[in-house]
Design a protein around this ligand. Sequence first.
Ligand code: SAH
Length: 235
Amino acid sequence: MANYGNDTQDKNGNMEDIWYRRRREMVDKQLIPRGIKDRAVLRSMMEVPRHEFVPDGEKRFAYRDGPLPIGLGQTISQPYIVALMAQAAKLTPDSCVLEIGTGSGYSAAVLSRIVETVYTVERHRKLAERARRIFDRLNYSNIKVHIGDGTKGWPEKMLFDRIIITARTPVVPQALVEQLAPGGYMVVPVGDEVFQTLFQFYKKEDGSLVKKDLGTVRFVPLVWEDGCPDPNSGL
Ligand code: SAH
């Protein structure tokens, strides 16, 4: 079996060991066969304790091949989708990443083990604060959480190398297109309730975008607090 790093688990048959085995199974059965091959992504999926991010009542399902409810009508994404988005973002260790939709905090945690800094925005205070507490407990100190409307981008004027939106939207928010650095990638599910396509956008040095279709997905909606522009006017 391939080694994705971090094999230094204790072998006492305790709970940590069981979670570790479940993560290995998740990587071997859900991710690799579906084409996840970025070593850094696989290593991070092996490392991040997904069970810490799911609600107590759902812990036994933490490594299941699907999304799980996290309260307030929101979900923690299926492990494969988290890995697919991370892989499609073409992360490098020095990337500065913006995520919209912190939710449980799990995908931000996965990103944070691969890149320098993760900025993540969540509109539900309760979820954002819960995620912050988990990051503190795990000592994931390179994640900054902002509570607010992510369709407006990160509140300070900044450029990000990578942007990942973990909620579906009919239109890619213009503020996010503007905050994507030239040479950067954005990964976002675009569509309506019924049909959504995961897209990777690459921003060329001249500012134009190159779009790649990554397949059909299903996400909870991105909420546009000031209303969503007409889908025919956007990307
Ligand atoms: N990345 C998450 C999954 C998030 S589900 C995880 O790993 O658990 C999508 C999240 O986007 C929800 O928590 C929802 O509240 C949040 N969201 C929806 N619209 C938003 C907006 N405009 N700004 C910030 N967060 C938003």
